[in-house]
Design a protein around this ligand. Structure first.
Ligand SMILES: Cc1cc2nc3c(=O)[nH]c(=O)nc-3n(C[C@H](O)[C@H](O)[C@H](O)COP(=O)(O)OP(=O)(O)OC[C@H]3O[C@@H](n4cnc5c(N)ncnc54)[C@H](O)[C@@H]3O)c2cc1C
Length: 462
């Protein structure tokens, strides 16, 4: 009967996908927002018939073109149901388009559960976070993907694979930080923990002092990070630990938003005309905000989250923790010896535990991550190339690996040396997606190292 025929998913034309920082955008030929697994399968069938690449986007927070395509784009913003909650074991199974914000605010509190750890923002999808190796901080906390117990993933053929440490382990360890290159993650089972508050203590001290107490802070605190303010010798440190104390916060719109956001954006915009202002801005904000120690108690996700302010370029690399002091002192020395180049605050320093995920930057290695920001006040760029090129060259010397979500220039040959399981990753990717349906320019550049001729051949085989 005609009425029983499946509804064929249609895509929208004329959509532009732009990332959060407005630094990368693309115009997919067709944009789909499926709500069911069957609709996702129909889109893949159509892509095969039309010889098109397919890219799933999450919430577009990656500061690179990792989620971009000019062929078919799928948003899973409407594919975000909660499928199962195991209260006893603190495990939740969700469709992969759900945002961490929705988990933190709507889903997990109902069951008195919480995510164990996360990064600075929650407006990001579960699948996006897993696919790029998103991380928070803490000596005994791995990247977010280490909390994934099981996933289902649709491959280019339309088959749905169940992946876990017990089932298809090799594909599981490949797909956990899969860069969107293996298939479409449909569902994710996440290990959570009973809901908790975090007690965060914030204080300032010299860079030298924090570096000499690094191991102590890491050993004594569940979540430890700090931010160095170039042109000062100081850092602000954040120590966060689980507590039974009730929520106690002291928000101030005037300081947090008027001075901390609007005035700062204006001052940084002024500095694009007069870069000599930057050292004063850095010193002023460091003194203004962090001269006095402070503390707060809040629900875990509210402490993990951090106000990331306005649009920005970022470069973040991960390297062996033992190199932390060496790297930071090199950066500090460069800023002092290159007064002709001016840089923004903060330089954010975090720590992540090793794991066994093939393309995790922390594969078999406890790492430090350093995130360097260049703000774009009112959308205006500030010079950053000399500072970033120097940082990149320091990273190459210490075996640094770029955050997968963030723009970088690393080639497949270099990744081959940095990641012992890089070849294995490429083999599994090719087995699951032999025609390269899920490739895009980011993957072609950084994973395949494709030439224009190879791209042409690949497209004709889709
Ligand atoms: C303000 C800000 C703060 C940030 N803070 C941190 C931080 O503290 N720590 C950190 O590590 N990172 C941080 N990031 C980076 C961010 O966590 C990552 O970029 C994350 O991937 C964004 O998730 P998303 O949902 O926006 O995914 P997108 O950026 O939209 O996509 C990322 C990748 O995931 C793939 N993908 C998405 N959904 C699927 C799916 N269903 N199946 C297969 N592949 C899929 C996409 O194809 C793409 O390759 C921050 C970014 C911003 C803008």
């Amino acid at each position: 009967m005609a009425g029983d025929a499946p509804v064929v998913m249609t895509g929208q034309t004329g959509r532009t996908f732009t990332n959060w920082a407005k630094t990368f955008s693309c115009e997919p030929e067709l944009f789909f927002e499926p709500t069911t697994t069957e609709e996702i399968r129909q889109i893949l069938d159509k892509a095969k018939r039309d010889s098109k690449h397919v890219k799933v986007c999450g919430f577009g927070h990656s500061p690179s073109d990792i989620a971009c395509t000019t062929d078919y784009m799928i948003s899973l913003a409407k594919f975000k149901q909660v499928l199962e909650v195991d209260k006893e074991n603190c495990v939740v199974t969700v469709q992969s388009g759900i945002l961490l914000k929705e988990l933190n605010e709507e889903v997990l509190p109902k069951y008195n559960m919480a995510l164990s750890n996360q990064g600075a923002v929650s407006e990001i999808s579960a699948a996006g976070v897993i696919s790029t190796g998103t991380h928070g901080t803490g000596k005994t906390f791995g990247i977010f993907a280490t909390k994934v117990l099981e996933m289902t993933m649709m491959t280019a053929s339309g088959e749905v694979l169940r992946l876990s440490r017990e089932e298809n382990k090799e594909v599981f360890l490949t797909a956990l930080v899969g860069l969107g290159s293996l298939g479409i993650i449909l569902t994710v089972k996440i290990q959570c923990e009973p809901a908790f508050n975090l007690h965060q203590v914030q204080f300032s001290c010299s860079l030298d002092k924090i570096l000499s107490n690094l191991d102590k802070h890491l050993d004594e605190n569940e979540h430890f990070k700090f931010m160095w303010y170039p042109y000062t010798d100081g850092v602000v440190a954040f120590l966060s630990n689980r507590t039974k104390k009730p929520v106690q916060t002291n928000p101030s719109w005037f300081w947090d938003y008027f001075v901390g956001y609007y005035v700062l954006e204006f001052l940084l915009w002024m500095s694009t005309f007069c870069p000599a202002l930057l050292p004063c801005i850095n010193k002023f904000y460091y003194k203004l905000y962090y001269a006095v120690p402070s503390e707060q108690v809040d629900r875990s996700d509210k402490v993990f989250n951090f106000e990331c302010l306005f649009k920005q370029y970022v470069t973040e690399w991960s390297f062996p923790r033992s190199e932390t002091a060496n790297v930071l002192l090199t950066l500090q020395e460069w800023v002092k010896s290159h007064p002709e180049h001016k840089v923004h605050f903060p330089v954010e320093v975090r720590f992540v535990q090793s794991d066994d995920i093939y393309l995790s930057p922390c594969y078999q290695q406890d790492n430090c991550y350093i995130n360097i920001i260049s703000y774009r006040p009112y959308g205006k760029d500030a010079p950053k190339d000399a500072w970033w090129d120097m940082y990149e060259s320091v990273m190459h010397k210490v075996g640094g690996k770029p955050h997968w979500a963030k723009a970088h220039k690393v080639t497949p040959d270099q990744f081959q040396k940095l990641y012992p399981m890089f070849s294995k990753f490429c083999t599994v990717r090719k087995q699951l997606d032999p025609q390269g349906m899920f490739l895009n320019p980011y993957l072609e550049r950084h994973i395949l190292g494709m030439t224009p001729q190879m791209k042409f051949d690949m497209k004709s085989h889709l």
